[in-house]
Design a protein around this ligand. Structure first.
Ligand code: GLA
Length: 434
């Protein structure tokens, strides 16, 4: 009897901790081809930008030589349209021979030789979203083994061309199959994005056990509208999403599009700040060969990255939504520190927003403030009213280090902050920040 109980507990524990790869204790960072380069396979006319081994080699060189790798941007991830339309004679996926003449394994070696990692893309279904060969249920084991043989470090499993029942089987099966290869492979699941992203259809407890990250929602496009649309969904559903995130398991609002064509510098800082607050994976999808220095400075901001990468891995939340269009976001960090983002939805001019740390639920004390994008430090008492000037569709981001503990409980209790923070203040003129 005792043996039966022990066996049962053992069996349960292997089921519960299916994904035990120890990876991605902080949100993964790197580069991902899709948003910027899509399914451009016209190497004859567009050799620089087509999905080919040269593109990934170029990006690896930039990551290694332009200071990205040292900041944590180490994944170079292939997305759709890399495969040949036919499996090989042994039923394995293979890369397009013209565009990847060296093969994926050689590409992985190229990354590893430079302290980088290689990610690849597949699809739980008959075809990928771009129409390339998919990984239906009966191909899961062979494909996981192929990726391990190639020494791939991360795998994104998309969900086009499969139904809910197949996905329910396929995503956990792939997790097991990847584990069974013995190679640590970060596992990115698009499953929730195909199920509306919310319970009861989506089971975030299960996702945390089988995936390292997961796409909850729609694809990002190169526009501010798209960034805002995604951020709005994530913060509207923050009470469901925040508990799902932890070291090794992350919500993924999709790629950083900073450095492309759609965002102003203020909007770029806003995406960086909100993705850091959300503890989001930081996968840039841009052209690192031609990126502007302005965009690079934002993506390489050490303080923003360290906030994103905080080891506690607690996803932050929106704590204030003012009628004026100003919103405040907050994320608790290790060592009693925290991050604050003041964000403006306005379209007129910089808005002077007045508040105080105590109104933002900070406990009594004097705090060290560091302005993330202006490289300026200062100290501030909780009770002192201050003003931040927030540009239209822009942010002011602070790292706050606290001598005293934060009053976190209120935020986790009902989700919404009660009291005067929601009202306009008509105090006397406060000290101005910035
Ligand atoms: C889906 C995914 C995208 C990308 C494309 C590729 O739309 O959500 O991120 O991988 O497929 O076809």
């Amino acid at each position: 009897m005792r043996f039966a109980v022990v066996a049962c507990v053992l069996a349960l524990s292997t089921v519960t901790f299916a994904l035990d790869n120890g990876l991605m204790r902080t949100p993964p960072m790197g580069w991902l081809a899709w948003e910027r380069f899509r399914c451009d396979i016209d190497c004859e006319h567009d050799p620089k930008n087509c999905i080919s081994e040269n593109l990934f080699i170029d990006m690896a060189d930039r990551l290694a030589e332009d200071g990205w790798r040292e900041l944590g941007y180490v994944y170079v991830n292939i997305d759709d349209c890399w495969a040949s339309m036919e499996r090989d004679t042994q039923g394995r996926l293979q890369s397009d021979p013209k565009r990847f003449p060296g093969g994926i394994r050689k590409l992985a070696r190229y990354m590893h030789d430079r302290g980088l990692k290689l990610g690849i893309y597949g699809d739980m279904g008959t075809h990928t979203c771009g129409g390339y060969p998919g990984t239906p249920l009966d191909k899961i084991e062979i494909d996981a083994q192929t990726f391990a043989d190639w020494e791939v470090d991360m795998f994104k499993f998309d969900g086009c061309y499969s139904n809910a029942t197949e996905q329910e089987q396929g995503y956990p099966l792939m997790s097991k199959a990847l584990n069974a290869t013995g190679r640590p492979i970060g596992y990115s699941c698009s499953w929730p994005a195909y199920q509306g992203g919310l319970p009861p259809k989506v089971n975030y407890t299960q996702l945390g056990e089988i995936c390292n990250l997961w796409r909850n929602y729609g694809d990002i496009q190169d526009s501010w509208d798209s960034v805002l649309y995604i951020a709005d969904w994530f913060f509207a559903n923050q009470d469901v999403l925040i508990p799902a995130a932890a070291p090794g398991q992350w919500n993924d609002p999709d790629m950083l599009i900073i450095g492309n064509f759609g965002l102003s510098m203020d909007q770029s800082r806003a995406q960086m700040a909100l993705w850091a607050i959300m503890a989001a994976p930081l996968f840039m999808s841009n052209d690192l060969r031609t990126i502007s220095s302005g965009a690079r400075v934002i993506l390489q901001n050490k303080m923003a990255i360290s906030i994103n990468q905080d080891p506690l891995g607690i996803q932050g939340r929106r704590i204030v939504k003012e009628k004026s269009g100003i919103e405040v976001y907050w994320r608790p960090l290790s060592n009693n520190a925290s991050a604050l983002v003041f964000f403006s939805r306005r379209n007129d001019m910089p808005y002077r927003y007045q508040t105080s740390l105590s109104k933002l639920n900070y406990t009594t004390g004097s705090y060290k403030i560091y302005d993330v994008f202006n490289d300026k430090g200062s100290t501030l008492k909780d009770s002192t009213d201050f003003v931040v000037s927030v540009n239209p569709t822009g942010v002011v981001m602070w790292h706050v280090s606290a001598p005293a503990k934060l009053g976190q409980r209120q935020f986790y209790g009902g989700g919404k902050l009660q009291g005067p923070t929601y009202h306009h203040h008509d105090n006397a003129i406060p000290p101005s920040f910035l």
